[in-house]
Write a protein that binds this ligand. Structure first.
Ligand SMILES: [Zn+2]
Length: 368
């Protein structure tokens, strides 16, 4: 299932109706919490009886209310101890599953609610589920689509690439293409820090504290949107140019502990990037990062260097290239080896080609 998040623009009246839908679901949710726990199936059965007792429930789409039983059942499984009753501002989503929705022109039509203006930056197909959610006063539809994979008789990998992700640059690949770190990291972090300070300075519970928290949430939301957009574009670039992608295995868990905000966002970005590549590309394989920054991608000679050294200089074959470029070529070669595909040591820059051809016989350099 692939989820698209699309912005909704309800009118004032529609917003009231959406809020009523949230209230209806919340009422059912809290009702199920007030009675002894039962299975999802039994809750759905209880729901039909509940409607007889409270006929106003007929004003809601029945599948939407059934999704509440699913929600309660899932929450009971994951939350240890008692579930707590939901108040107005911590119940922000309802779901239409399988039926009761359709997208027409630029409207999302929901049964019993009506047609709400939607911005389609993508055309979703095979929609299985629509979740409407409220976040920071805005409304979104999360549209779940079933993915139908293209069928190939046999997958052929014509265009492999190795990608090295890093801190200084977002990515450097084995074709010497560099993706710089996105602008929002440098531009938007200062206001975020300022907003954090403002929140901590205001008195907890005061109106100003609430406002400052809202501001901070908005800033994070904007960064997150830009981040996702950047990652979608970058992963789309790689998937349209290559069909076999090698990445180093990221050890995000040990990195995330105690470091700066910018690094936290980058860490999160690398893993999202990998996930996006995995569902967009034919094949993504992870290689062990162990020696990729040390080994010479041309001759295999080890060239140890500290993180501060940005250039790879090999004394054995004379190769001089960017450190990350060298790593990316190692990822590519290690990946091809891992998949038992023919490894081809690729040409580097025009300057190096002459040098390489001199070494070619000595190192068994193969060209396609
Ligand atoms: Zn070398």
């Amino acid at each position: 299932m692939l989820n698209y998040k699309l912005r909704l623009y309800p009118t004032k009246e529609q917003e009231l109706v959406l809020e009523q839908a949230l209230d209806g679901c919340r009422w059912v949710y809290n009702y199920f919490l007030s009675i002894p726990p039962m299975s999802e199936y039994d809750m759905n059965y209880a729901l039909t009886e509940l409607k007889e007792e409270h006929p106003w429930l007929y004003n809601y789409h029945s599948k939407m209310l059934q999704m509440v039983s699913k929600q309660v059942a899932a929450a009971r499984k994951t939350v240890k101890g008692r579930l707590s009753y939901r108040k107005n501002d911590d119940f922000n989503a309802f779901t239409y599953n399988q039926s009761g929705f359709r997208i027409e022109n630029d409207g999302l039509h929901l049964s019993k609610i009506g047609s709400i203006k939607i911005v389609l930056h993508r055309q979703p197909v095979n929609i299985k589920q629509v979740t409407v959610c409220r976040k920071n006063g805005k409304w979104y539809a999360i549209v779940g689509c079933e993915i139908l994979r293209k069928r190939y008789s046999t997958i052929v990998y014509h265009r492999p690439v190795g990608i090295d992700v890093g801190i200084a640059k977002f990515a450097h690949d084995s074709d010497n293409h560099v993706v710089e770190n996105p602008q929002f990291l440098t531009k938007m972090l200062r206001p975020v820090k300022r907003a954090h300070r403002r929140v901590s300075r205001r008195q907890v519970g005061s109106n100003n504290h609430r406002k400052a928290k809202h501001m901070l949430a908005r800033l994070y939301e904007r960064i997150n949107n830009k981040r996702r957009d950047f990652l979608h574009k970058t992963s789309a670039y790689y998937c349209s140019h290559y069909d076999l992608i090698f990445l180093e295995r990221l050890r995000v868990a040990n990195l995330t502990r105690n470091h700066k905000l910018a690094r936290k966002i980058l860490d999160a970005s690398w893993s999202t990037f990998k996930v996006m590549l995995q569902y967009k590309a034919n094949r993504v394989a992870e290689v062990e990062p162990a020696y990729s920054s040390i080994e010479c991608s041309c001759c295999g000679h080890p060239v140890p260097k500290s993180l501060a050294v940005r250039t790879h200089r090999c004394n054995s074959c004379g190769l001089v290239i960017d450190r990350d470029y060298n790593s990316a070529m190692n990822h590519l070669q290690n990946g091809l080896k891992l998949l038992r595909l023919p490894v081809e040591r690729r040409e580097v820059t025009p300057v190096e080609i002459a040098r390489q051809s001199r070494k070619q016989e000595a190192h068994g350099f193969i060209r396609a």
